[in-house]
Design a binder for this molecule. Structure first.
Ligand SMILES: [Zn+2]
Length: 134
């Protein structure tokens, strides 16, 4: 396994947050994690198995991304709380059907974003990049 010291990280253009938001490899911060841009809605979940730049394997062990469900759940709960806050803040009489329909539609529409963010959270937070194997 190739070692990456702090000098290698300083040479990269993107910060950890920048590479996270851009969907880049957690180790080299250059290779793309996902094969297609998020605008291709039928292929938003296709990932590269290995980083195209450094060759690190993204799924460090079988079932690694099952843990991303917890991050996805947290993202959706945060979104529900935010929507609920606005609904109950700006309306005196909240229609429960409209509220629940809004939550379901919003959850479905943002699912590609939630999917990608939760996998990136899993790679960046739950498993530090140095633990990834080639
Ligand atoms: Zn890489």
């Amino acid at each position: 396994m190739e070692e990456f010291g702090t000098s290698k990280i300083k040479e990269n253009k993107l910060s950890a947050l920048g590479s996270f938001l851009a969907g880049k490899c957690p180790q080299c911060r250059e290779g793309k994690v996902f094969k297609h841009p998020i605008s291709k809605l039928t292929k938003f979940k296709e990932m590269n198995q290995h980083c195209p730049k450094c060759g690190v394997r993204f799924e460090s062990e079988p079932g690694f991304f099952w843990g991303a469900m917890y991050f996805s759940y947290a993202i959706n709960v945060a979104m529900f709380i935010l929507v609920g806050f606005f609904f109950f803040m700006f309306s005196d009489d909240v229609n429960l059907t409209v509220f629940i329909t809004t939550l379901v539609v919003l959850s479905l529409v943002t699912s590609p974003i939630s999917f990608r963010l939760s996998r990136l959270f899993m790679m960046y937070i739950a498993a530090p990049y140095r633990s990834f194997k080639k």
